[in-house]
Design a protein around this ligand. Structure first.
Ligand SMILES: [Zn+2]
Length: 163
């Protein structure tokens, strides 16, 4: 894969510096380093697996429950401390761990939705290089949706209808 396994390599650092916004016994969640929309999250199993079928039943449950729970935690952060989201993008802009992350952080900081509470989300995973997967460690993306910007699946529908 193109990128190093940040989920295994950086977990301890994320836990220390506040990048990890949610964890349970089996899974964790962080704000995405190269998001397309503010508040975009990555949810991943704490144990290194490449495929969902490698997880035990408790681990699968922990990972799947982490998706709505991490989103609720994101909403709580937006409600009580939205500057934490802004500070994350500021940090990535100052010290991007890869080139694209710096550009994305800059975009997020001037995005009109930066401080707007997400009220829904789309989630999904990329499997295979041709689908956009860049890290071998299993993970799911959470794309926040807002009233004025109804989410990636709606955007995809509109795009497909226009083709
Ligand atoms: Zn890993």
């Amino acid at each position: 894969m193109d990128q190093k396994d940040i989920f295994c390599d950086d977990y301890a650092i994320w836990k220390q510096n506040g990048t990890l916004i949610y964890e349970n016994q089996h899974a964790g969640a962080i704000l995405t380093f190269d998001p397309i929309i503010p508040g975009q999250l990555l949810v991943f199993p704490r144990r290194h697996v490449e495929d969902l079928r490698e997880l035990g039943s408790m681990e699968s449950r922990g990972l799947l429950c982490a998706i709505p729970e991490a989103f609720e935690e994101l909403q709580r952060i937006y409600d009580t401390d939205v500057e934490r989201v802004v500070a994350f993008y500021e940090m990535v802009k100052q010290k991007p761990s890869f080139e694209k992350a710096g550009h994305c952080a800059e975009k997020m900081l001037s995005h009109p939705d930066l401080r707007i509470m997400p009220t829904g989300y789309n989630s999904g995973g990329n499997r295979g290089k041709e689908a956009g997967q860049t890290i071998d460690h299993l993970h799911f993306h959470i794309f926040p949706a807002r009233k004025e910007r109804p989410g990636v699946v709606s955007a995809m529908d509109a795009l497909l209808k226009s083709l």
